[in-house]
Design a protein around this ligand. Sequence first.
Ligand code: ATP
Ligand code: MG
Length: 445
Amino acid sequence: MAINIKRPNGTEDVLPKDIHKWHTVEKIARETAESFGFSEIRVPTFENTDLFLRSVGETTDVVQKEMYTVMAKETKFTLRPEGTAGTIRAMLQNGLLNEALPQRVFYILSCFRHERPQAGRLREFHQFGLEMAGSQSPAADAEVISLAKKILDRLEVKNIELYINSIGCPSCRAKYHEALRSFFEARKDELCETCQERLAKNPMRILDCKSPICQEIGKNAPLIIDYLCEECSGHFEKLKKYLTNLGIDYKVNPKIVRGLDYYTKTVFEFVTTEIGAQGTVCGGGRYDGLIEQLGGQHVPALGFGMGIERLLLVMDKQNCAYLSPKKCDIYFATMGDAALEKAMEFAGQLREYGFYAEYDLMGRGLKAQMKYANKIGAAFTMVLGDNELEEKKARLKDMESGEEKEILLNDQFISSFDAAYFDKMMGSLEDQELLGGQNNTEVNK
Ligand code: ATP
Ligand code: MG
């Protein structure tokens, strides 16, 4: 019967053959964040809609066009379109901000946005993201940016540029808004309908509009960087100095304003031109007013979100290395019931030691079993039949070299197998390039 229910548009299935790619990114991102003092947090997939209205902002594309909202009984809930709002809500609700600052958390989560699906733009996508709360120092901005850069470097992603900008604080932004308003007022009739509304409420959002006409008009708009107050421009200068000291290349891009309302001062993006139009792999910045806006004290904060699907598009394109997928260590090819029972026993012992062992569950003949062992890429095979059981020894075959070794089927089985396995893996390790040069190699075990 043909399957007539397909996955929703803009969603993806990650199949077992690709899962090692996700594990690679998740492992490197996790390890790197932990090495900077961040701990993992897990928050709900949906939140009260008001949370996003108050943080992401009512005049943003995300809130106006992209949220999945349901009315459940009397309450409006929204599938999270990003990770920051829920994470800050959780930090506030659980008193994390009363503990030693800075508080540093990271997350790997799915986000939902009703966008037009295309390469690198999905309706359900995943982010690795993090938030640091408590520090207003530009050293914290440099720290967070260098963390993102470190992840990309360890994954060996190339040709990715870092753009930074400062979008100031509410006081410099008030002057800037005025300048923008008078600039766009002159061509108000040409703006899209949404932007005509934005003109009064939040003219900076016009710069972020995806409509080609609004983008064209916005090209000559005044730049925020020319309106920064002393405090904001000093902060930005310090950040640039720290990045230079850290050896991190960047370009100041005064056009970056970011799509969410909560940003202040620093904003940044890591962008590549290698995966088409959706080239922003990571975006983030500072949001000093957000925690207060959500009912907390004034606690400056910052963070970023890295789109995992986009990152994998780049990594695939650049043939980046991934951790090896888990492969079968040993396959027992069995003939007869007694041999099957023996295989079950040995496989059980091997699994105790963390090996991946398999035997026939399909009732296949010997030849078909060997074909299957080849197909799953088993490192070793061992044929077990009446003869082997009687003589209490069997031949362990290295499937790559074809070498065979006799192994006793007694209580020395594990140690003899372990020794053979160790020799084989030491050999293959020498040929293998290690991801990032740190202790993150997993040798199928
Ligand atoms: P864009 O300008 O591409 O729409 P954005 O500014 O809306 O991005 P953010 O809200 O900053 O994106 O999200 C952080 C990261 O999440 C982006 O840099 C991107 O890598 C990823 N991302 C955002 N929207 C999507 C999407 N619809 N599909 C896949 N990844 C996405
Ligand atoms: Mg977007």
